[in-house]
Design a protein around this ligand. Structure first.
Ligand code: NAD
Length: 719
């Protein structure tokens, strides 16, 4: 079966791209072969005067290169050669006799956009699903098929730098205004208009010259002279370094590739792009980011129950949300965004009104950023119905409770709502610390009870932990997983256990930071060390963000459940007891302004800590070792105890749930990269200094002895 179907009518070749057996179009080796043959035909068949490139996939034009192929690169040179070959192919499209007109509807990404940039004319559908982007830097590589060369010439230097470095999607209207596409049309007439334009090219009515690059007036002043350009490149480098803190070399490589071609001869630019593509593809950073891509892709196909059992998910036609506070409002809003009607319940009218206002704020974001129209905003808002009783709950398929973190309150709510639900109705709790099985003790149908642990803020955080007890019915699990995915979340399924997975590994990490405080290490030194490791915020800042009351309570619960190795640090206990709340109270380990802005360490906090005298200096790598090894060891314990189903879930959960540095792939990938034996040796050394806290997990010890790994050393990164 071929991917490209070509029919020629009145001198215009209509190319329909429909990769067999896939939901997306991408450049596989087979497609590249077909494209080469097609270009040969264009060279020899004089009856073909122009061509139109269409996609048969519903909302994808071309998603880009085949990322599977990256795994086959032997080394940097091999990757560079593959980029050069792809560049040569796309150059044939640009310079060939036959002008190619792109009719873009849906996602036009990476290699797809690089091909489009080489075409004579680009028409896009004016539709929310039509987005264009060069997201390569998110995989730790750079565009390698001419994207760093043609994009700046098409949309101007500043816009191109922004697109490539941010990897952001550009919507159709913006694409038109920046010159990324030449014309916008309603999707219904896209094909016909593209054919008409092709005929105009074929007859010579439309000359084959590309318009000059367009930048906004302010940018042109800078871009049009060498000194201005030097300023633009310098600023881009500075921003890239600041954003990546040196961990993502592809950002600087992309800037270098753009710079090489923007001022220098084109051949030099393309050569530099291919060379840097190869160099980046061979980095450990890229391998980890590609791993995460495959890990999340494979999670999307995971229905949530182990084995091959096909347990169909039920559609959640209506949702109930109990508790209209901070989390409840976030959950109700993201459900409404997906068109799901929500019964939104609290005990008092004032609480419901406050919750509705919070829902409105979340939904209004879509309006402000022009992702939705005014009508769509109104439609979404009308889906959320506030209530103080259980009217309407007989029609909800799933209810998510987000009431106070109190076993008694949660069990009361469960007892109240359960008789109102249909027999198949699922009760999900958003508790962060209470065992699901304890809550389910209040249920008449415990098989319909599970946890859906969302993270704060709900609209932004990408992860959802679905927590199952031994009693939870498989169809309740698949339904919760499918619904979480519908809400746009990356979903991992874990077994019920204190802290589930994400908080279970986060707590010992944060507590270790507290224990360093106990030993006299400075607050900012601890945060700086873990920022340098690659976390988005340091652990002490995170304590302030989470709220010291919340963190203190979670710490106590974990210590009770797990035992001595989680004993809370004296420093954290002391600051909690002093009544400091963290950012929300404008006073924690740091001081905060009225606007919530962090103003630096609140030096007065040191008087509360057990070691109040002079601060002790500790090398950053020692701070990193202590905090991160506490986390890695706990992650392996979660696997040993069956809390986690796979290292993959543990890696994705840590990266998406707590911002574990993506360029390290996740805790299990970090262990594999360094080797279990090295990790065990470091843990043992720390355990000798702090007995009982760093005892290596049983599996780690076995792996150290046998040389085993969590993932295969070669080939596909997700086993
Ligand atoms: P919140 O205090 O903002 O909201 C709780 C809401 O529940 C309030 O509106 C309250 O009026 C309502 N409520 C209390 N008892 C009720 C009852 N019997 N029936 C109906 N409504 C009732 O709290 P939150 O931060 O939204 O947290 C809610 C839940 O989510 C907790 O279990 C918490 O542990 C969990 N959680 C919170 C976060 C977070 O960062 N805030 C993160 C993950 C999970």
């Amino acid at each position: 079966m071929t991917a490209l179907t070509v029919t020629v009518e009145a001198g215009v070749a209509r190319i329909v791209f429909d990769l067999p057996g896939e939901s997306i179009n991408k450049f596989t080796a087979g497609v590249i072969g077909e494209l080469t043959a097609l270009l040969d035909r264009f060279d020899s068949d004089e009856t073909i005067k122009a061509a139109v490139l269409l996609s048969a996939k519903p909302d994808i034009w071309i998603a880009g290169a085949d990322i599977e192929a990256f795994l086959a690169f032997k080394d940097a040179k091999d990757a560079e050669e593959s980029a050069r070959a792809a560049q040569a192919l796309v150059a044939r499209v640009e310079r060939g006799r036959v002008p190619v007109i792109c009719a873009i509807h849906g996602a036009c990404l990476g290699g797809g956009l690089e091909l489009a940039l080489a075409c004579a004319y680009r028409i896009a559908s004016d539709h929310p699903k039509t987005v264009l982007a060069l997201p390569e830097t998110q995989l730790g590589i750079i565009p390698g098929i001419g994207g760093t060369q043609r994009l700046p010439r098409t949309v101007g230097l500043t816009t191109a730098l922004d697109m490539i470095l941010s990897a952001r999607n550009v919507r159709a209207r913006k694409a038109l205004s920046t010159g990324l596409v030449d014309e916008l049309v309603h999707p219904a007439i896209l094909r016909d208009l593209a054919i008409q334009r092709a005929q105009e090219f074929a007859s010579g009515a439309r000359p084959r010259v590309r318009p000059e690059r367009r930048s906004d007036a302010k940018a042109i002043v800078l871009e049009d002279n060498p000194i201005g350009r030097a300023v633009v490149f310098r600023q881009a480098r500075e921003q890239a370094l600041k954003k990546s803190r040196g961990h993502y070399p592809a950002l600087l490589a992309a800037i270098a590739a753009i710079a090489a071609g923007y001022d220098g001869p084109p051949a030099q630019g393309y050569a530099e792009e291919a060379r840097l593509f190869g160099e980046m593809a061979a980095t450990a950073v890229s391998k980890e980011l590609v791993f995460l891509f495959f890990a999340t892709t494979s999670l999307k196909k995971d229905i949530g129950v182990p084995g091959d059992a096909a347990v169909p998910a039920r559609a959640v036609g209506r949702l109930g949300v109990i508790g209209t506070g901070f989390m409840g409002a976030g959950i109700a809003a993201i459900a409404a965004r997906q068109g799901v009607p929500v019964r939104f319940k609290d005990t008092k009218h004032e609480a419901v009104l406050k919750g509705m206002a919070a829902v409105r704020d979340v939904l209004r974001d879509g309006l402000t950023s022009k992702r939705i129209t005014r009508q769509e905003y109104a439609d979404q808002l009308s889906l959320v119905a506030g209530t103080v009783d259980y009217a309407g709950f007989s029609a909800v398929d799933l209810v998510i409770e987000a009431v106070f973190e109190d076993l008694g309150v949660k069990q009361t709510v469960l007892r109240e709502v359960e008789p109102q639900l249909p027999a198949h109705g699922i009760f999900a709790t958003n508790t962060s610390t209470i065992p699901i099985a304890r809550i389910a003790e209040a249920a008449a149908r415990p098989e319909r009870v599970l946890g859906m642990h969302f993270f704060s803020p709900v609209p932004k955080m990408p992860l959802l932990e679905v927590i199952v007890t031994p009693q939870t019915a498989p169809d309740a699990v698949t339904t919760a997983v499918a619904f979480g995915r519908k809400l746009g979340k990356t979903v991992i399924v874990v077994n019920d256990s204190p802290g589930f997975y994400v908080n279970r590994i986060l707590l010992p990490y944060m507590n270790e930071a507290g224990l360093l405080l106990d030993e006299g290490v400075a607050i900012d030194a601890i945060d700086a060390a873990l920022l340098a490791f690659g976390f988005p915020v340091g652990p002490i800042t995170l304590l302030d963000e989470v709220g010291l009351d919340v963190a203190g309570k979670a710490g106590r619960i974990m210590a009770e459940a797990i035992g001595a190795r989680m004993t809370p640090s004296r420093s954290i206990v002391a600051v909690v007891e002093a009544g400091r709340l963290g950012r929300k109270g404008r006073q924690g380990f740091y001081a905060y302004g009225v606007d919530g802005k962090k103003n630096g360490v609140d030096e007065s906090v040191y008087a509360l800590l057990p070691t109040t005298s002079t601060r002790r200096t500790m090398p950053a790598d020692e701070i990193q070792r202590r905090c991160t090894l506490a986390m890695l060891n706990e992650a392996v314990r979660c696997l040993d105890e069956g809390v986690l189903r796979s290292p993959r879930d543990g890696d994705v959960g840590a990266v998406f749930g707590i911002g574990y540095p993506p360029f390290r792939g996740g805790p299990f990938r970090t262990i594999d990269a360094r080797g279990a034996a090295a990790i065990v040796a470091e843990l043992a050394a720390l355990d000798a200094q702090h007995p009982g806290r760093f005892t290596p997990a049983a599996r780690l010890q076995e792996m150290a002895a046998s040389g085993a790994r969590f993932y295969p050393a070669t080939g596909r990164p997700v086993g």
